[in-house]
Design a binder for this molecule. Structure first.
Ligand code: GLA
Length: 688
């Protein structure tokens, strides 16, 4: 067990999301039997069914779920029980409209959707605490239950809150942080445009201002406040459930959404983190055509990677099993034969030991009649059910992989302050998004996987020292503590790489009056003498690095090396041709590289090569870039996942003898995977 989770699955487990309230009770038994026959041993239930327990304020009836849980016990089905706070009852929102969330203009979100409540309403907190307490007290000891899910997808639908209760709570949050209005005015730079506050009551959560002229420092605190509110709401429920749950039962929630520090939530409130994986969003008919080149469904690996940084051995609470679609949006194609398995194996490859499909049967009523499950409305056996059954066989054949660690070639460093600053600063967002996407793509296509490491209050140097190379793409906001941490990493042998736009803000998002990269200059030994976005009217900027030409896209820091710093590349064109583009400084046992632009697939190809981290599995497998290659390791054994996201057959070469775990066959040499095919091998002679 690691320090990020207190629950871990002991064997590969398959589940499904089920809604007993959607179906006649007479169907329950047949449904459970069919699930068990398919290999499904866990159902997640109850997360939208407050009314089934409290139909009138203060009158509680437990019979409905008692009957379902008893049947599960009889059949040997295990249950994850969801608390129902994502969808408050109509009687509640009607009587207490102050529990509703609002738009930025103060218009309330009315009953009918979901997650339309706000975290800070004292009434909602009280009524939520009461229903959670009643459910946990009543069902907590039930033998069928193995875990609890808090709410559903905290911060999904919207992750911004603008109710009156939120403004009141924001003031409390700010008083706690700044103590005085003077300190707040200073931190927020309210002198600009005469925004100075003279009374706490003048402060609100951000409201509509003319022409997007928002105060970025206020917004940065607002995002911190949103995270804090989410964590408090989640923590309140976790604390109640912990009083009643059986020892060994876990508490989780299903993410992963915005404006919340998921790492802190996992650490402070949960035993294990679960994720909802819907790779078919990549093929949605309403998708942004601009993202069509971003590896489509393979991109879910990037999200799963992030989940692994929150909780190394996570679960998938909702794994896509059918086509996407609400009646109002998100329409998309059904998974092709093989794709359902591919997406589930993608989750397993990245660290999931529990796969729960969404959902057993497509709902026949409501907004989600097109969000398809395993079974269709007609309830007959179909190809998806057959594929889930086959996936189960595959999953059990790789049981040995449960709890195995992913093998990464380098770390990508992130932190929430910078993450949230990208939400309020378009300059920051442009460079951060571009680099994030390109680093992922380069890592995928060059089979050079990375782990994400989030810098948190309690981060330990050993978290980062595990990796020989750490790329912190654009640490715009930096404080002494983080700079000191990174310096130690380098001094103790790490290679730190930072990109353009580093170190020019403090933690309030105020620009610092010092040469860039600010506090990081002490590590990189570089000085930014000039900087600019690329001009779309000019030819793309490039740099010369020995005989190689590398791209320096989007934004350029024009560097000057300080004493003892080497120049690795110089700009080849534009008005700064001949000036330093990439520098390297040796420090202690390590080195720091300042890369003067955003990262691209192409310049990373050079950088990975220069740093000696490229294609760590090259002596084991020779695979084209179209295949995803992932290695997991446990107890001295290595497991190799090869995933084909293409609609065509793909070939590759195994350079070692391996055992195909699905069948037990020993293989070496040329292999192929059919369209959307997957394979998991145990490497038999890794040391050769
Ligand atoms: C989310 C939810 C589910 C369902 C699906 C499809 O992941 O958690 O309840 O709504 O989306 O929309």
């Amino acid at each position: 067990m690691n320090d990020k989770q207190s629950y871990q699955w002991k064997e590969m487990t398959m589940g499904v999301c089920y809604y007993p309230e959607h179906w006649e009770e007479s169907l329950w038994e047949e449904d459970l039997d069919r699930m068990l026959h398919t290999g499904i041993t866990v159902v997640r239930i109850a997360e939208f069914s407050w009314n089934k327990v409290e139909q009138e304020e203060g009158r509680f009836e437990f019979g409905f779920f008692d009957r379902f849980l008893d049947l599960c016990e009889e059949k040997g089905m295990k249950v994850i029980f969801g608390t129902p706070t994502a969808t408050p009852p109509a009687w509640l929102t009607e009587k207490y409209p102050e529990v509703l969330n609002a738009t930025k203009d103060g218009v309330l979100y009315r009953h009918g959707g979901r997650r339309h409540y706000n975290y800070n309403s004292p009434v909602y907190q009280e009524l939520s605490a009461r229903i959670v307490e009643k459910e946990a007290e009543h069902y907590g000891g039930h033998p069928a239950i193995v875990g609890w899910q808090i709410d559903n997808e905290l911060n999904c639908e919207t992750s911004e809150f603008y109710s009156e209760a939120d403004s009141a709570a924001f003031r409390v949050f700010l008083k706690g942080k700044y103590k005085t209005l003077d300190a707040l005015n200073n931190a927020w730079g309210t002198v600009f445009w005469n925004q100075t506050y003279t009374d706490w009551k003048e402060i609100y959560v951000p409201r509509t201002v003319l022409n997007m002229g928002i105060n970025p420092h206020q917004h940065l605190d607002y995002f911190r406040f949103l995270s804090d509110s989410t964590l408090r709401f989640c923590g309140m429920q976790a604390e109640i459930i912990r009083k009643y749950k059986k020892p060994g039962d876990f508490i989780t929630t299903n993410g992963m959404f915005w404006n919340v520090d998921n790492h802190k939530m996992e650490k402070d409130c949960l035993d294990v983190y679960t994720y909802d994986s819907y790779p078919s969003f990549a093929f949605g008919l309403d998708r942004d055509p601009k993202t069509a080149d971003d590896l489509n469904d393979r991109k879910w690996t990037m999200h799963l990677n992030e989940v692994r940084s929150i909780c190394p051995h996570f679960g998938i609470m909702e794994q896509q099993s059918g086509a996407n679609g609400w009646t109002t949006r998100m329409e998309g194609p059904a998974p092709r034969p093989g794709q359902l398995t591919l997406w589930a194996m993608q989750s397993v490859a990245q660290g999931a030991d529990y796969i729960s499909f969404f959902r057993w049967r497509t709902c026949t009523v409501g907004t989600e009649i097109y969000w398809h499950g395993i079974l269709d409305y007609d309830n007959r056996d179909n190809r998806k059910l057959a594929e889930v059954r086959d996936f189960y066989q595959k999953l059990k054949s790789i049981d040995a992989v449960c709890g195995a660690e992913n093998k990464a070639a380098f770390a990508v460093v992130k932190d929430y302050d910078n993450e949230w600053d990208t939400e309020v600063d378009m300059w920051h967002k442009r460079v951060a998004y571009r680099s994030g996407k390109e680093i992922f793509q380069a890592s995928e296509l060059l089979h050079t996987p990375y782990d994400l490491v989030y810098l948190q209050e309690d981060s330990e140097l050993s978290d980062l020292l595990k990796y020989p190379v750490a790329i912190y793409p654009h640490p715009v906001l930096v404080d002494e503590k983080r700079a000191g941490f990174l310096k130690k990493y380098v001094e103790q042998g790490g290679t730190l790489v930072i990109g353009c736009r580093s170190g020019y803000k403090d933690m309030n998002g105020r620009c610092v009056m010092m040469p860039q990269p600010g506090l990081l200059g002490d590590i990189t030994g570089s000085d930014v003498r000039d900087f600019t976005f690329e001009s779309p009217a000019e030819e793309p900027v490039w740099a010369k690095c020995g005989d190689e030409k590398i791209s320096m896209p989007l934004f350029n820091d024009i560097l000057e090396p300080l004493e003892g710093t080497e120049v690795l590349a110089v700009y080849g064109n534009n008005y700064y041709a001949g000036k330093a583009a990439v520098t390297e400084r040796k420090l202690g046992k390590g080195r720091a590289i300042h890369f003067g632009s955003t990262f691209s697939r192409e310049n990373l190809n050079w950088l990975f090569g220069y740093l000696g981290i490229k294609e760590p599995f090259a002596d084991v497998i020779d695979a084209p870039e179209t295949l995803e290659v992932v290695m997991r390791e446990k107890e001295g054994r290595s497991y190799l996942f090869v995933l084909n996201f293409q609609a065509d057959m793909e070939e590759f070469t195994l350079k070692r003898k391996m055992r195909l775990m699905y069948t037990g066959e020993e293989l070496e040499g040329m292999q192929s995977l059919s369209a959307y095919g997957t394979a998991v091998y145990e490497v038999l002679d890794l040391q050769r």
